[in-house]
Design a binder for this molecule. Structure first.
Ligand code: 4AD
Ligand code: MG
Length: 480
């Protein structure tokens, strides 16, 4: 008989009928009650051993963490806490687990810290917390595709290996298959990349934007959703060296259209999670409530997790120009009292996460879209405004996270773009194909990048980005 997923069994009304389930033992009480979980839902099914159906040797193997198959009959539950349970008719042990050893890694009466669990990233998925996070992550990915597909965007697979550093920040991981102990050099003693695999310098992509732009110029509306890589040495709770990014790009669209798209998109996927991840979000919400009890009153969350998500849905994102934001920050209490690590003295300053979080959490108390940034602190491809000083950039800032989206209207005017590249020392030869899009049917177009893990952080209420991706890559850490 084929086994049934526990999520289905829990909904089933096929009482008195045989059922088979497979999963991992979460607990085993009184030599009788097994709580079994198969990952399909955060909920366990209770399986009850009656009389002497199961011999003592088998019972001894029903330890926490063991994989088992349960044959039984679905019955109405006698106990509290569940509607149905399984009366066991047979058990097969698929894989034993040493519970004592598991206690040292992922299971213990007193829960292990999230830091400890990161060292056990291959086993942490057996905990309720990580099960919930990763199910939500999966549902959010689906919602992202659904949103764009419903709105007539085409999914473009931009290359992972590329010769361009889209952001021009020099934070790309180089790729080579040269023998690092015997690197070919040219007559100037420089590394001779013409002898490398691709006959040129290449790196892992930091963003699919430039390639997505070329496709928007033919397909109209496109999006990418793939891994991106950054060799920035940022050891923070918001940065990964490998993260997933969603990048829509739209032809015949200006910055206002771009902001509308971003807001509508984010609200859609958050609503999807609220509608489709109820059990997991409820669990994560309670987890936060418990965590908050350990904190001083002032540091506790003002809203429950799901209320916070609903708040985002029900309120417009506040749209504020960079110039207005600088005025607010200049006159803010923390700035005057020298509480910012990077004080804001003048227009042109780059905003740090402390400033972004002040604006969102203390001042506006809602998601904020900042736009029209100084050209100097933004990438070369952003459209220059009439003032000659600012560009049509936008960042979306979220409470507890800071920047979650970065985007812009693109510079579609060939001459302006060339001038900009020259000023920044970006060689035209390297981006000839990008410049071609401005030669052959250029048009106003815009796009943005949403850091997927930052979205998952927000939706799950977790506080460290390493806990919302299965195998985090960060400086000095690429285990598994
Ligand atoms: O602001 P960024 O660097 O923008 C771009 O890459 C543009 N090319 C996107 C575009 O317009 N198509 O990155 C976009 C978003 C950030 O807002 C942030 O959410 C996320 O990507 N991000 C990171 N997430 C995790 N770890 C990192 N190291 C990140 N760097 C950026
Ligand atoms: Mg950015």
């Amino acid at each position: 008989m084929k086994h049934t997923k526990i999520i289905e069994v829990l909904k089933s009304d096929k009482l008195a009928l045989p059922v088979v389930v497979k999963g991992w033992v979460r607990s085993f009480r009184n030599d009788r009650f097994i709580a079994l979980n198969d990952g399909s839902t955060i909920k366990n099914i209770q399986c009850v051993i009656e009389d002497d159906i199961v011999d003592q040797t088998t019972k001894n193997s029903i330890s926490i963490g063991a994989a088992i198959t349960v044959d039984g009959v679905l019955v109405e539950s006698q106990g509290k806490g569940q509607r149905v349970e399984i009366k066991i008719t047979g058990i097969n042990i698929e894989g034993n687990a040493d519970s004592e050893e598991l206690k040292l890694t992922i299971l213990s009466p007193k829960r292990h810290s999230l830091e400890k669990l990161r060292e056990q990233a291959h086993l942490r998925i057996r905990t309720n917390t990580f099960g919930a996070i990763m199910r939500v992550r999966s549902k959010l990915s689906f919602a992202i595709h659904e949103y764009f597909q419903k709105n007539d965007f085409y999914y473009v697979h931009t290359p992972v290996i590329t010769g361009s550093d889209a952001e021009g920040a020099g934070e790309a991981f180089k790729i080579t298959n040269m023998d690092l102990n015997d690197v070919p050099k040219d007559e100037n003693g420089e590394v001779d990349y013409s002898k490398d695999f691709f006959g040129r310098e290449t790196n892992l992509t930091v963003s699919g934007q430039l390639e997505a732009e070329t496709y928007a110029m033919g397909l109209g509306q496109v999006y990418t959703f793939g891994p991106t890589f950054r060799a920035e040495n940022s050891n923070t709770s918001r940065h990964l060296s490998e993260f997933w990014m969603i990048e829509p790009e739209v032809a015949f669209c200006d910055l206002d259209g771009n902001m509308d798209l971003a807001e509508d998109f984010i609200k859609y996927v958050i609503k999807y999670a609220l509608d489709n991840c109820q059990d997991d979000l409820e669990f994560l919400e309670n987890r936060l409530v418990q965590e908050d009890k350990q904190k001083p009153q002032a540091e506790r969350a003002e809203m429950l997790l799901r209320d916070k998500l609903k708040f985002v849905l029900e309120n417009n994102f506040k749209r504020v120009s960079y110039t207005e934001a600088i005025e607010i920050l200049k006159n803010s209490k923390p700035n005057k009292k020298k509480k910012f690590k990077y004080p804001i003295n003048e227009w042109g300053a780059d905003l740090q996460s402390e400033h972004e979080r002040f604006l969102v959490e203390k001042h506006f108390k809602c998601p904020v879209i900042l736009f029209d940034y100084p050209a100097k602190i933004k990438a070369f491809y952003m459209r220059l405004n009439e003032d000659g000083n600012t560009v049509r950039a936008m960042d979306i800032l979220f409470p507890g996270i800071g920047e979650i989206v970065g985007g812009s209207q693109r510079e579609e005017r060939l001459d302006v773009l060339q001038e900009k590249m020259k000023a920044l020392d970006i060689a035209e030869e390297d981006l000839w194909w990008y410049l071609d899009t401005r030669r052959f049917g250029t048009c106003a177009h815009s796009g943005f990048g949403l850091g997927f893990e930052r979205l998952v952080l927000f939706v799950t209420g977790m506080s460290n980005i390493r806990d919302v991706i299965p195998y985090p890559r960060t400086p000095l850490n690429a285990e598994f």
